[in-house]
Design a protein around this ligand. Structure first.
Ligand SMILES: [Cu+2]
Length: 324
């Protein structure tokens, strides 16, 4: 009877544990591009860069777990086997060459095993890919290169940090006067009573008035700089975080493989409103991007932003209407 109860209770708690894990996993999947309360791990990756970071994180997590279990087992063994009762007269040797060599060499090997993929990931992220070479002889099955996107070339966007908002410059998008498209992206929530209402589409401290818009599956070269103090342009789902420094142009690249809305926040302490300079990136189809550019160039930022806000990855009707 007692055994049956115990078994029943264990089954019950196992079921709760499984339900908890499923809930955590599914909530992470549903709100992929923004932080959610109580979530575990990273946001779902939207670029190859972040996929690799994610995989690396999981790889190191396994190593850390194995080491922790091993050290715990050693501790337990010593507590049980070599306590005062079971081992009243300790031996008095002080060196063991074999053990000392092992505990020096094994950690070195572990560090090398961790460093190898880490350097490979850093190299992938920090080196701007040669699009001409990829377009010419890129391997279609290689997940690290995007041949079709390479054929279309770069889109270059500069994000300038200001106290406390971001200015975006689209260097390839020129108006009639030959000036690049430029707009300021302001936060909707700054912690005051006049904040915009919080809705699922406008998450607190993440939503902006005019988001940065980019096409899906295109190589994006981003540049950062700042007009006053150091800021940092960050989008976790892209695996991108680059300091925006006054008087210096930093740059990097990414290619987003999913349509959707992605949020980030300034990640360098920059002053009293540091918490209120969010980054919102809308990733849309190439056609939607072209249309957005057209409306932005006409000067109607509100209409352009409304246009991208009506588009969601699943919204087929909008895409069909645009194709006509
Ligand atoms: Cu900042």
């Amino acid at each position: 009877m007692y055994l049956w109860l115990l078994q029943n209770r264990m089954e019950c708690s196992l079921r709760y544990l499984l339900a908890f894990i499923t809930a955590v996993l599914s909530s992470a999947a549903a709100f992929a591009a923004e932080p959610t309360p109580g979530a575990l791990g990273f946001q779902e990756p939207a670029t190859r860069i972040m996929e690799r970071v994610d995989g690396f994180h999981f790889f190191v997590l396994i190593i850390i777990t194995l080491i922790s279990i091993f050290v715990l087992a050693l501790l337990l063994w010593i507590i049980v086997r070599y306590n005062k009762r079971r081992n009243p007269v300790p031996r008095k040797f002080s060196h063991n060459t074999l053990v000392e060599v092992v505990w020096t060499v094994v950690p070195v090997i572990i560090l090398v095993i961790i460093a190898a993929p880490s350097f490979s990931n850093l190299f992938y992220q920090e080196n701007e890919p040669d699009l001409e070479a990829i377009a010419e002889s890129g391997d279609l099955d290689d997940p690290n290169v995007f041949v079709e996107a390479a054929e279309q070339g770069w889109i270059t966007i500069k994000a300038q940090g200001n106290q406390w908002n971001w200015t975006y410059f689209y260097k390839d998008v020129l108006d009639d006067g030959g000036f690049p498209l430029e707009f300021v992206s302001n936060p909707l929530h700054v912690g005051t009573s006049i904040d915009a209402p919080v809705t699922p589409d406008r998450p607190r401290l993440l939503a902006v008035d005019y988001p940065m818009v980019i096409p899906v599956n295109r190589y994006i070269r981003y540049e950062t700089a700042a007009s006053d103090v150091i800021h940092s342009w960050t989008v976790p789902a892209f695996g991108v975080k680059t300091d925006a420094v006054p008087g210096r142009l930093n740059s990097g690249w990414f290619l987003v493989t999913k349509e959707g809305t992605f949020y980030g926040q300034c990640s360098e302490l920059c002053g009293k409103n540091h918490a209120y300079m969010p980054i919102e990136v809308r990733v849309v189809s190439q056609e939607a991007y072209d249309r957005w550019v057209e409306i932005m160039l006409s000067g109607d930022f509100d209409a352009a932003t409304e246009f991208v806000q009506t588009i969601t990855p699943a919204d087929e009707s909008v895409r069909l209407a645009m194709a006509e």
